[in-house]
Design a protein around this ligand. Structure first.
Ligand SMILES: Cc1ncc(COP(=O)(O)O)c(C=O)c1O
Length: 202
C-alpha cells in the first residue's frame, strides 16, 4: 500500500485515534513508522480522546513530516497562519495533563497499563459476543467480531435490524451497524448478544 503511495508521489494523511487498543502502543503505530522510514512526506493526526479519556478536552496533535528543513519551515509557517486564523490559541488544560503523563516515567507506565486493561476488557467482550452469536446462529460466520480491533465494530446488521434493536430492545448503534464495543460489559453483554441474535435470525 505505501509502495503505491510512494510510486504515485502522494502525501498520506494518517489518523491514529485508538493507539494501544489494537495490539500495543508500539505496533499500533507500525504504518506511521513504516511511512517515515520510507522517507515519505506525511500528515499524522493523533488523538488522546479515547486512550487518555480526554474526549471533552479536545486533545490531540497534528504532525507533519517533511523531507527537508526548508520545506519544514515553510509548512510550519503555513500551519501557524492557519492556526492563527482558525482558533489562535488552543485550550491548554488537557494538553498539560497529557504533557505530565507522557513525561513522567511512573505515570506513563500506569497509563499504558490502564489502556491495556481497557484493550483486554474490550477483547473479552468481543469473544463473549461472538460465542453467544455462534451458539444461537451456528450457520453464520461471526469471526469478524474478534478479527476487528478497538472500541468500535461493524456488526453487519441492516438498517432495519438496527432499528429493531432500538425499538424492541433499547439497544442503540448507528444505522450503518457500527457499534461501540466499549459499551458492552459483563452486566449487559448477554442481553445485547441475545437481542442481536434475535434480530439476525428473523
Ligand atoms: C478514526 C477516528 N479519528 C478521529 C476521531 C476523533 O478524534 P477527536 O476526539 O480527537 O476529535 C475519531 C472518533 O471520535 C475516530 O474514530
Amino acid at each position: 500500500m505505501l509502495n503505491v503511495v510512494q510510486a504515485r508521489e502522494l502525501i498520506p494523511f494518517m489518523d491514529i485515534a485508538y493507539q494501544g487498543f489494537g495490539e500495543n502502543m508500539d505496533s499500533d503505530a507500525y504504518a506511521i513508522r513504516k511511512a517515515v522510514d520510507m522517507g515519505l512526506p506525511l500528515f499524522v493526526s493523533n488523538s488522546f480522546s479515547k486512550n487518555l479519556s480526554l474526549y471533552g478536552e479536545r486533545v490531540g496533535g497534528l504532525s507533519v513530516v517533511c523531507p527537508t528543513v526548508d520545506e519544514t519551515e515553510r509548512v510550519f509557517g503555513q500551519l501557524n497562519a492557519t492556526v492563527r486564523r482558525i482558533y489562535s490559541s488552543p485550550p491548554s488544560h488537557g494538553g498539560r495533563v497529557v504533557d505530565i503523563v507522557m513525561n513522567d516515567e511512573a505515570l506513563h507506565k500506569q497509563w499504558v497499563g490502564e489502556v491495556y486493561a481497557m484493550r483486554d476488557r474490550i477483547k473479552a467482550m468481543r469473544l463473549q459476543l461472538r460465542s453467544v452469536l455462534e451458539a444461537k446462529i451456528p450457520n453464520r460466520n461471526f469471526d469478524y467480531i474478534t478479527r476487528q480491533n478497538g472500541m468500535f465494530s461493524f456488526t453487519g446488521l441492516t438498517p432495519e435490524q438496527v432499528e429493531r434493536l432500538q425499538s424492541e430492545f433499547g439497544i442503540y448503534m448507528v444505522s450503518n451497524s457500527r457499534m461501540c464495543v466499549a459499551g458492552l460489559n459483563t452486566s449487559n453483554i448477554d442481553y445485547v448478544a441475545n437481542a442481536m441474535a434475535d434480530v439476525l435470525k428473523d
